[in-house]
Design a protein around this ligand. Structure first.
Ligand SMILES: Nc1ncnc2c1ncn2[C@@H]1O[C@H](COP(=O)(O)OP(=O)(O)OP(=O)(O)O)[C@@H](O)[C@H]1O
Length: 335
């Protein structure tokens, strides 16, 4: 069923020593859907990802609920159904064991199968992500893989047990453009092959435009806007989303406005200022100090999510005053 919800997050809050870094986040992920979590550094994307996996850092306290197919149990129950592709591929693989052994161990940690069967699944997973001569490569150590092949091996590791959800935390930041594209393509293919949904964490709206069905834009631990990716990027209703879009090079797949002209470099507007830290949030809307549309109310009252369109929510008092094209908000400021 199209509308079936696979993963449901309600009122998620994550705090360190009483200071909230994620402040009441709610979203759903449907089967096979790609949901992108976007926002600047410190928005709470990685913490949210870790909460989905039930792997919060030491000292964090969480409230709210994360349900997978209606089940709130965390730990191993959820751990085997939600898999992580971490930011740093190297940290995901042990340097002292052959890659195939690591994948086989991952298989045996969730399924009671023979060593031989686990091995076969490991090789099949390596083969599926496009590693040539997978039988032989399974016997090699991570340092014997090229950077791109290692990324693929990490994706194989995350998908070997055919999870319901793959969470990829900025899987491409350390890679050059060609490898980034490759990794995103392989992730997409694996999503198809094992029928998983993908939660893709990124700060790159061009990646969202290319690869996501839905997008959740975060700022200072809260939802700013969420909805179908094409609709949010074409007609953002939150000034913050508009600012992220304005800072994309024109002609990028996520960028609005005219196509890029070869040889012409324009100075890109960026959102002035920096995001607040969790223990020094301004009153009202956390984005107000950087927002060209902020008025008194914004500095007093935190906006609640408001449905502007089918499945498109925005948390902004002034969403109806965001111009079209929205990037103009920040271009004007620069002038
Ligand atoms: N282990 C920790 N101890 C204390 N505070 C933390 C810890 N981890 C995260 N935080 C706080 O939570 C905020 C959000 O962190 P998070 O890593 O989720 O951000 P992010 O959006 O993923 O950023 P980035 O893009 O840089 O990874 C941080 O700015 C920090 O204040």
């Amino acid at each position: 069923m199209e509308s079936e919800v696979l993963l449901s997050v309600r009122g998620l809050r994550i705090a360190f020593a009483g200071v909230e870094a994620v402040r009441g986040l709610s979203f759903d992920v449907r089967p096979r859907e790609v949901l992108a979590l976007v926002g600047e550094s410190g928005a709470g994307k990685s913490l949210t990802a870790r909460a989905l996996l039930g792997m919060l850092p030491r000292g964090a306290t969480a409230s709210g609920s994360v349900r997978l197919r209606g089940d709130t149990r965390g730990g191993a129950q959820r751990g085997s159904r939600i898999a992580l592709v971490p930011q740093d591929a190297l940290s995901a693989l042990s340097p002292v064991h052959p890659v195939g052994d690591q994948l086989a161990a991952a298989v045996r940690s969730v399924a009671r199968v023979s060593r031989k069967e686990a091995r076969a699944r490991a090789v099949a997973a390596l083969d599926r992500v496009g590693i040539p001569d997978a039988v032989r490569k399974a016997r090699a150590y991570p340092h014997e893989y090229s950077g791109g092949m290692r990324q693929r091996a990490v994706i194989a590791m995350a998908t070997v047990n055919e999870p319901d959800v793959v969470v990829a935390d900025e899987p491409t930041t350390a890679l050059d453009a060609e490898l980034q594209e490759q990794v995103l393509r392989v992730l997409g293919e694996q999503r198809e092959a094992v029928g998983a949904a993908l939660v893709l964490i990124t700060h790159d709206l061009a990646v969202v435009r290319e690869h996501a069905d839905r997008v959740l834009v975060m700022y200072a631990g809260r939802q700013v806007e969420q909805g179908p990716a094409a609709r949010v990027l074409d007609r953002p209703r939150a000034p913050y989303t508009a600012g992220l879009l304005a800072s994309l090079p024109s002609g990028e797949p996520g960028a609005p406005g005219e196509p890029a002209r070869a040889g012409v470099r324009r100075r890109l507007p960026t959102i002035p200022g920096v995001p607040p830290v969790p223990d020094a949030l301004p009153p009202g809307c956390a984005f107000a100090p950087r927002c060209p549309l902020a008025e008194d109310r914004c500095r007093r009252e935190e906006p609640q999510p408001w449905q502007v369109d089918d499945g498109h929510e925005v948390s902004c008092h002034r969403w109806d005053d965001v111009p079209y094209p929205a990037a103009e908000l920040f271009q004007e400021q620069r002038a």
